[in-house]
Write a protein that binds this ligand. Structure first.
Ligand SMILES: [Zn+2]
Length: 474
């Protein structure tokens, strides 16, 4: 059992993922991206969307001290302490660091590519204002454990990482996932990965109810949680089994298929789900049972959009971050989807998914979000999280609601909402400075200038420059 032994320093870190990281602990590799490293910082005259759902407030002052938020209020309420470095943020918006709940550290793309993103992933997430991620399923889990440790030790720039085990699925699945065909196997899997320090298990589309139920029980016994991108098990069934979170929303819910057989993922489900009535009886009862049992949902609209014809999916900064071959095969596939007039996901399906999420929130459901940097590769780490914001606004959420979904709600699901996720006194200073008025123009979410993690300010443009042309390589 020697492989379970962690060096003492690392195992201590593993249990304190929300301690403030101080600038003097950062190596040169990280410091080259740091633009603000003083212990007291005053952000003044900023438009604040604080993540609580409260109305945006203009002309606010936020004081950061030793990695935490010391004061928040109007210019009249908050005095700038002597010795503070002041950043006049007139014309800027301040939001909490984003909590990306479906933010893998691998990338899959057109042309069958799949690559671990140990280099570009953490840089792009942090540059885009994502200061906390849950990996929501892994392929190279030890690469992710090591990356998490290196970020926590100040050796690599990146977000806080909540680790997820490799995926578990059923006999029809495979690839890089563990195929579990008995409850015993499911328990053994969960026990092993819990002992390695992961805090989430990810169940996938072919798992059966018996194995999912066993995995959930074992996870809860060990104090960790389970989420799922499901199909063979419906949302309703998973809720009844005690699942802690459901990924992707309406387009993956098999509750809507009248011909569905137990434990089997119906062929062509996503295509048929394009035609779901998001306000119908099945939608209502599915939402009702999730809300009743307090099961949150993770929205991943940004990964669906590139499958839909004639959507804005050729953002220049996305294309320039891609490696040339990845860009070429992505653009070719996008061209095919556009010229077909209707891609694998219909405009109607995307709109249905949006409406389902609005109804879920209106019914009292806890909605979070994440990019899911997979599919045909158009939703990149970080950039896709930002695109989610724009899609939430298109879906009809207010700026305050959308920011809350992307920050505080994720923190709540992760159980760290007492420490981060909102701009409130005493929280860790994870803050994103955006050039422009986010409430007037949703694309302002892309204009990250400085991203604070633990009160250390990172220069977004330097992080972005370091990954140009590398997404799809490492
Ligand atoms: Zn995923």
């Amino acid at each position: 059992m020697r492989q379970f032994v962690f060096p003492l320093a690392l195992s201590a870190l593993a249990f304190s993922p929300v301690a403030a990281q101080r600038p003097d602990s950062l190596t040169e590799t990280v410091r080259r991206y740091v633009s603000v490293d003083t212990s007291v910082v005053a952000l003044t005259h900023v438009l604040l969307v604080d993540g609580t759902g409260a109305e945006p407030r203009p002309d606010q002052t936020v004081i950061i001290r030793d990695g935490r938020i010391a004061e928040v209020g109007s210019a009249a309420q908050v005095k700038v302490p002597g010795g503070a470095v002041t950043m006049d943020l007139n014309g800027h918006t301040l939001i909490p660091g984003l909590v990306g709940m479906h933010d893998h550290l691998f990338y899959t793309a057109a042309g069958g590519r799949a690559v671990q993103m140990s280099y570009t992933g953490p840089r792009l997430y942090l540059a885009s204002g994502v200061t906390t991620i849950r990996t929501a399923g892994s392929r190279s889990t030890y690469a992710e454990i090591n990356l998490r440790n290196n970020i926590d030790l100040g050796r690599v720039p990146g977000p806080r990482i909540h680790l997820t085990a490799p995926y578990i699925t059923g006999a029809e699945g495979g690839g890089s996932m563990d195929v579990v065909t008995s409850p015993d196997e499911a328990r053994r899997f969960v026990a092993y990965w819990a002992s390695e320090g992961v805090t989430w298990i990810k169940a996938y589309t072919d798992i059966r109810r018996s194995e999912l139920g066993a995995a959930i029980k074992e996870a809860h016994r060990r104090g960790i949680k389970v989420t799922g991108h499901l199909c063979s098990v419906s949302f309703r069934e998973a809720v009844e089994l005690g699942i802690d979170n459901l990924e992707h929303g309406m387009l993956t819910a098999s509750d809507f298929d009248p011909a569905k057989q137990p434990d089997v993922c119906p062929v062509g489900q996503v295509g048929r789900n394009n035609a779901i009535d998001p306000t119908g009886e099945v939608a209502k009862s599915t939402i009702a049972i999730m809300v009743k049992h307090g099961v949150p949902m993770t929205s991943t609209l940004a990964v669906y959009e590139p499958f839909v014809a004639n959507r804005p999916t050729r953002e220049p900064r996305v294309l320039s971050a891609m490696a040339p071959e990845v860009r070429e095969s992505y653009l070719k596939l996008r061209q095919e989807i556009d010229s077909s007039g209707s891609g694998p996901i219909a405009e109607r399906g995307l709109r249905g998914a949006m409406a389902f999420e609005r109804s879920f929130v209106a019914a009292g459901g806890l909605l979070a979000s994440g990019v899911d940097p997979t599919g045909i590769g158009g939703a990149l780490a970080g950039y896709g999280d930002q695109r989610n914001y724009e899609l939430f606004i298109e879906a009809g959420f207010t700026p305050a609601q959308a920011v809350r979904i992307m920050t505080a709600n994720g923190a709540k699901i992760l159980g760290v909402d007492g420490k981060l996720g909102t701009v409130e006194r005493g929280k860790l200073a994870d803050l994103v400075v955006l050039r422009g008025d986010l409430t007037a123009d949703p694309t302002v979410i892309r204009n990250t200038t400085t991203v604070f993690k633990d009160g250390v300010g990172y220069d977004s443009s330097k992080l972005i420059a370091s990954v140009e042309g590398r997404v799809g390589i490492d």
